[in-house]
Design a protein around this ligand. Structure first.
Ligand code: ATP
Ligand code: MG
Length: 625
């Protein structure tokens, strides 16, 4: 069913190995920036220089006011300026101050250029690392993670949240650091110049900071709500577009649009609420700052009149005060960016902390020359702890045998075969291949457990790409000759040859440009090229008409030769010739035997199914159900 059901989370899934998150956010940040230590050093030095220049900024003016216009003497270490041949001694000082002004701007500009460029670089590379890290982790999570999480949400994290962090790192972070450095530097200079006056000037700072801190919490919560709404919106869009065929088939465009309208409006409301909180901050801070500046102006005039301070000193002081509160004000504004970035980081951390990776033992070994004997030893399994799917499944398959699995729908057939490649792990019992517990095998890689198994499912999933790529997906480094041979064996070469560009024809997303039978034959070619000892067929012909079923069955016959095969089928004719048939019902193996043995069974489930399907009268009326 199409729906935007919030799936229940599976906290107690037995296949999930939950480790308590040991990594804190800051350790994630450290891990991310550690490859860029050298660059960070360059950035830091450039920032120090930029800050120093910005602190020096008002000093030429002070010199002009006090030492050129006024009558104060230059400090000793600057006395050399007045002997320069730029004019008489006063004008030499003025020229020196003017020259200093330009020099300060030039050095500050170069430093600014360097730290801007390098922070952007670090931010871009960190975002790149982060995307790869998250995607790498997602690829390794067990299927149970995807059973309980919306793809749209994940997409939104890996795109929007990563960009948010990148944006923060490249712009906001730099200004925050420079602001912090500037504040410290100015405080030092202000106290050096006139400490009691400085004390008065900055007395309000703690109040300001406390106010900002209180605000931060509220802003963060609001931002979190906005992000949740935004990613729900992506989920809704993604689901609606992904199932666009079904939407059209049921003519439910209006329903889809209503869904979007609802979440879109919720996003608007959440954003407006967040803005309401944020908008309050700047005016309040501005008011406090101007009150403080007014006081300094009033009190400073008094100090200058009583000659406790020079006019130039007051100018520097006022200019610092303006600059001093600017970073504080900026920091206040930054709370929004900080909140957004930390929410984004938390959402990423939540993915990275999910530990539903199927565990591999440290001493896991390569499954070498697998023959294909498979044993299920009293296996129990459930997706949700409260509803067990398999209770005690026990059967074995000899190497090279062909086994059919049948039983009522929902009986757990697909679940049983998904335990063999360890898509999930059983909660009780073991699965063995060639007598070895499959958890002792390596999982991935060219000689891992999964490489020993090929699947053909009811509906073959094709990727957006060429026919060639889609067949080659079965094996790393497949050659053109292998691809063509596989297609031939799969009865696929004929229709591929008729396609506009042969093997280079693009198939649409999920293979929608091919018919069901064609898709299945590509799926079979993919399994042939994989050439693995174990083959699992989950209702490979269920969706086909008789004509394409014949072609597909022919191809399957070739594929099955010399392998251990498990076929799940509702149509019993498909598994009639199997060496053994296992009937699954209610989480148990209800019956087991060859076709003839099972048909001969009185009151047998298989016998009843067979007679219903073949249209013949059952020998003994089996009780329904
Ligand atoms: P069919 O013949 O219809 O394909 P099946 O025998 O293959 O059925 P399974 O797909 O194994 O049945 O499903 C067995 C039970 O497990 C069903 O009740 C189903 O609802 C449940 N189930 C299957 N997949 C999941 C999942 N990913 N999460 C939760 N429950 C699931
Ligand atoms: Mg199934």
């Amino acid at each position: 069913m199409l729906g935007y059901l919030h799936k229940k989370s599976k906290k107690n899934d037995p296949t999930i190995v939950l480790k308590k998150s040991s990594k804190s956010l800051s350790s994630l940040v450290l891990e991310l920036i550690s490859p860029y230590k050298k660059w960070l050093l360059v950035i830091f030095l450039a920032m120090l220089l930029e800050t120093a220049m910005s602190l020096l900024g008002p000093w030429p003016l002070k010199i002009v006011i006090d030492n050129v216009v006024g009558h104060h003497a230059l400090p000793h270490w600057l006395a050399w300026i007045k002997d320069m041949p730029w004019g008489d001694s006063k004008m030499a000082i003025a020229a020196g101050a003017a020259f200093g002004l330009v020099l300060i701007a030039l050095i500050g500009g170069i430093a600014g250029y360097i730290d801007n460029y390098y922070t952007e670089s670090v931010a871009q590379y960190v975002a790149n690392d982060l995307r790869q890290k998250v995607y790498h982790h997602l690829q390794r999570l067990s299927l149970s993670y995807y059973d309980s999480h919306q793809i749209g949400n994940i997409l939104s994290t890996i795109t929007s949240d990563v960009s948010t962090i990148q944006g923060f790192a490249s712009s906001a972070l730099l200004s925050i650091l420079i602001d912090a450095l500037t504040i410290v530097g100015m405080l030092g200079l202000m106290f050096y110049m006139n400490w009691d006056f400085a004390l008065v000037a900055v007395a309000v700072t703690p109040i300001l900071l406390m106010f900002v801190a209180r605000f931060k919490k509220a802003v963060k919560k609001a931002t979190h709500d906005v992000r949740t709404q935004q990613s729900t919106m992506v989920s809704v869009l993604q689901q609606g577009l992904e199932s666009v065929r079904a939407v059209k088939a049921f003519d439910r465009q209006d329903l889809e649009e209503t869904h979007l309208k609802d979440v879109s409006m919720s996003t608007v409301q959440a954003s407006l609420k967040a803005r309401k909180v944020k908008s309050l901050l700047s005016p309040v801070v501005a008011l406090i700052v101007s009150a403080c500046t007014a006081f300094v102006l009033w009190r400073g005039a008094h100090l200058v009149l009583t000659e406790a301070m020079t006019l130039g000193g007051l100018t520097v002081f006022l200019s610092y005060l303006g600059k001093f509160f600017k970073p504080v004000q900026d920091l206040a504004k930054m709370t929004t960016s900080i909140a957004q970035a930390s929410v984004a980081l938390e959402r990423i951390q939540a993915i990275l902390d999910t530990d539903t990776v199927i565990p591999q033992k440290p001493d896991a070994r390569e499954p070498k020359n697998v023959k294909g004997q498979i044993d299920f030893e009293h296996v129990a399994f459930s997706y949700e702890p409260e509803s067990p799917i398999l209770s005690d499944v026990h059967f074995s398959i000899k190497a090279g045998q062909r086994i059919g699995i049948c039983g009522p729908t929902g009986g757990g057939k697909s679940t049983v075969v998904s335990l063999i490649p360890r898509f999930y792990d059983p909660s009780k019992g073991r699965v063995l291949i060639d007598g070895v517990d499959i958890t002792d095998y390596q999982l991935h890689g060219n000689s891992g457990l999964r490489d020993q198994i090929a699947f053909v499912l009811q509906d073959t999933v094709l990727f957006f790409g060429t026919v060639r790529d889609n067949i080659a997906y079965g094996k790393q480094g497949a050659t053109q000759a292998e691809i063509e041979a596989a297609a031939k064996m799969a009865n696929a070469d004929e229709f591929i040859a008729k396609m506009a560009h042969g093997y280079d024809t693009m198939v649409g997303e999920r293979g929608l440009t091919l018919s069901g039978g064609q898709r299945q034959r590509i799926g079979i070619a993919r399994a042939i090229i994989r050439n693995s000892p174990i083959l699992i067929l989950d209702e490979p012909t269920a969706a086909l008409d008789t004509e394409s079923e014949k072609l597909v069955m022919e191809a399957l016959e070739r594929l099955m030769k010399g392998r251990t095969v498990i076929i799940i089928a509702h149509r019993l004719s498909t598994i009639r010739d199997a060496d053994k048939i296992v009937v699954l019902k209610g989480g148990y193996v209800a019956e087991e035997g060859t076709h003839d043995e099972l048909v001969a069974k009185k009151d047998g489930i298989y016998a009843e199914l067979y007679h219903i399907q073949s249209g013949s009268e059952p020998l003994v009326t089996a009780p329904s159900n």
